[in-house]
Design a protein around this ligand. Structure first.
Ligand code: ZN
Ligand code: ZN
Length: 413
């Protein structure tokens, strides 16, 4: 039974969603994916809908960002955010509306996020008599590179538009359609890229005694880095260190002069992150010293994402409305994940936010997945970033409802 007025109003305002229109919009975005900071067409399509719904809209914020505002009387400023970028992935879904751009795919589902945002903006605009306050809608570029949210803020997003009192965002996730995972605290991990360059001394493969072989040093380094987590971080902490790339040399019989290692960290506290970075620097120096490298290695910290930590009170409030809208058993706490988001960069200091997930695996795919419990199946179905990731179209309406009801939790009080 629906008890809160926010939930009742949300169900009212989304009772007659133009689903064929929204599904067409989604399929069109899916067919035309654009990489980070190249989301010109996507941004244009979103801006068109916002302007059509009566929002005062601006494009080109922080590169390709879009924002629209609807001022509707006294009340809080609620920000709804969707990211817009696709990934350098060759699509393998076989869908009739699969990507028409070779090597680029909406493999993270941001096309669905944009569709949800457009649908919610239109539903809230059409039902503006039922609420009061200011609605700020943001189409954010370049989430995948971790630069889009910060770029929009640096480009004066909150000078050109009112600063929010609360921010809401959501992500499509694998799982049987109809679940809305919420965590009232730590939700996603920080991500840090690190590059290491090992400087050796190149030469002929037949005379290694005249060289310092950076390939061997890099190999030791990769192995030794595995001990950062297992030997230096307490078992109660959660963290990941993955070497995703190792590169050296040109031919079988040439000892190269350098080797490069690219690795990524996932951490859930600043202390563990600092400790891991210090260990990486120490191990890199130590291995190079042991090998007799002519120069210290270069260790560079690159792109990074912050931790995503929901404000507990805000998240409980939104989760309660979602439970009201979708029914008991649809909202649960999955605990923190190792994935990362740049959404917190969009949040002004001290402003609360809630970020949640919407599950999207088609029933047939979920049922056919091996395993008996939720976690086993969850591991088996195509996840975000997979070339086979294909959210079910039936999630268009619920993803609009989550945003509308989340916003109304603040705009009907
Ligand atoms: Zn992604
Ligand atoms: Zn994503």
């Amino acid at each position: 039974m629906v008890t809160s007025s926010a939930a009742r109003t949300a169900l009212d305002l989304t009772a007659d969603l133009p689903l064929p229109v929204l599904e067409d919009f989604y399929r069109d975005l899916h067919r035309h994916p654009e990489l980070s900071l190249q989301e010109h067409r996507t941004a244009g399509r979103l801006a068109e809908r916002l302007t059509g719904a009566g929002f005062e809209t601006a494009c080109g914020i922080g590169g390709t960002g879009v924002a629209g505002v609807l001022r509707n009387g006294a009340g809080p400023v609620v920000l709804l955010r969707a990211d817009m970028d696709a990934l350098p992935v060759q699509e393998e879904t076989g869908l009739p509306y699969a990507s028409g751009t070779p090597g680029v795919m909406h493999a993270c589902g941001h096309d669905l996020h944009v569709t949800w945002l457009a649908g919610a903006a239109e539903a809230l605009a059409a039902g503006r008599d039922a609420w009061s306050g200011t609605l700020l809608v943001v189409g954010q570029p370049a989430e995948e590179t971790g630069r889009g949210a910060a770029g929009m803020v640096a480009d004066g997003l909150y000078e050109r538009f009112p600063a929010p009192d609360v921010l809401l965002a959501q992500h499509v996730a694998p799982g049987p359609v109809g679940l809305y995972p919420h965590s009232p605290g730590l939700l996603m991990s920080a991500s840090t890229d690190v590059d290491i360059v090992v400087h050796g001394l190149g030469g002929h493969g037949s005379r290694p005694e005249t060289t310092v072989d950076p390939v061997v040093t890099a190999a030791y380094l990769v192995t030794r880095l595995q001990t950062v987590l297992s030997r230096e971080i307490a078992a109660r902490e959660s963290a990941v260190l993955t070497v995703g790339r190792i590169e050296a040399g040109t031919r079988h019989n040439i000892i190269p002069s350098t080797a490069r290692i690219a690795l990524n960290l996932r951490t859930q506290s600043a202390e563990v992150r600092e400790r891991m970075l210090a260990a990486i620097r120490r191990i890199a120096s130590g291995e190079c010293l042991a090998a007799g490298c002519p120069r210290e290695p270069e260790v560079t910290v690159g792109d990074n994402f912050p931790v995503t930590v929901n404000d507990a009170e805000t998240d409980r409030r939104v989760a309660a409305v979602h439970t009201d809208v979708f029914g008991p058993g649809t909202v649960f706490d999955p605990g923190p994940a190792m994935g990362s988001e740049d959404f917190p960069h969009l949040v002004p200091a001290g402003v609360p936010y809630s970020y949640w997930f919407v599950t999207s695996t088609p029933a047939a795919v979920w049922d056919a997945a091996p395993g008996t419990d939720l976690m086993e199946k969850f591991q088996a179905v195509p996840s975000n970033h997979s070339p086979r990731f294909a959210p079910d179209l039936s999630t268009v309406a619920p993803g609009v409802r989550t945003l509308v009801s989340g916003a109304l939790a603040y705009l009907t009080e």
